[in-house]
Design a protein. Structure first.
Length: 165
């Protein structure tokens, strides 16, 4: 059985300063960006990832998936916490499950269910580091026009060491 990772969505967003700011302006966009970051960090990850959000901010949404990530919204007025607890209770004996949350009550419940709890602040740092790591490994494509501009610029300049060609 594949390992499972449950993510307390809004709890994680509150540990990512830029997404926390985004949340006050556009809640949907903050969620989208979080899912994008998790998806970008999945390379080589064999776990099934489920992100759970309170349903009050997502009218009409129940459960969906994107980029190999299952997205679940609680049904208002229910919050995400009971949904996460039910998922942990249903964990199959012998299966591996991790929950990402900094909610003390949820973390304590996780331990009672045999689920490993990882602090949202830790996961937020890992996602940030993964983003920085990946941004340094991207191939850069230069258009023909850009190449011609660079060649023109450097063809007309003397070498920096002053020695000439």
């Amino acid at each position: 059985m594949k390992p499972q990772i449950l993510v307390d969505g809004y709890n994680l967003i509150h540990h990512m300063p830029d997404l926390k700011r985004q949340m006050s302006q556009d809640l949907r966009m903050a969620r989208e960006k979080l899912i994008d970051r998790i998806a970008a960090s999945r390379h080589g990850c064999k776990a099934d990832i489920t992100v759970v959000f309170d349903g009050s901010g997502a009218a009409g949404q129940g459960s969906s998936g994107r980029s190999g990530i299952r997205i679940v919204f609680s049904r208002p007025p229910e919050k995400a916490d009971p949904v996460l607890k039910r998922m942990m209770e249903k964990k199959a004996r012998g299966s591996q499950m991790t929950i990402v949350t900094s909610d003390g009550e949820i973390a304590r419940f996780a331990r009672l269910c045999g689920v490993k709890a990882v602090a949202s602040s830790v996961w937020a740092k890992e996602l940030k580091n993964k983003r920085l790591e990946d941004s340094g490994n991207q191939d850069v494509t230069v258009s023909r026009k850009e190449m011609e501009e660079w060649l023109l610029l450097f063809r007309n300049r003397a070498p920096a060491d002053g020695l000439g060609d």
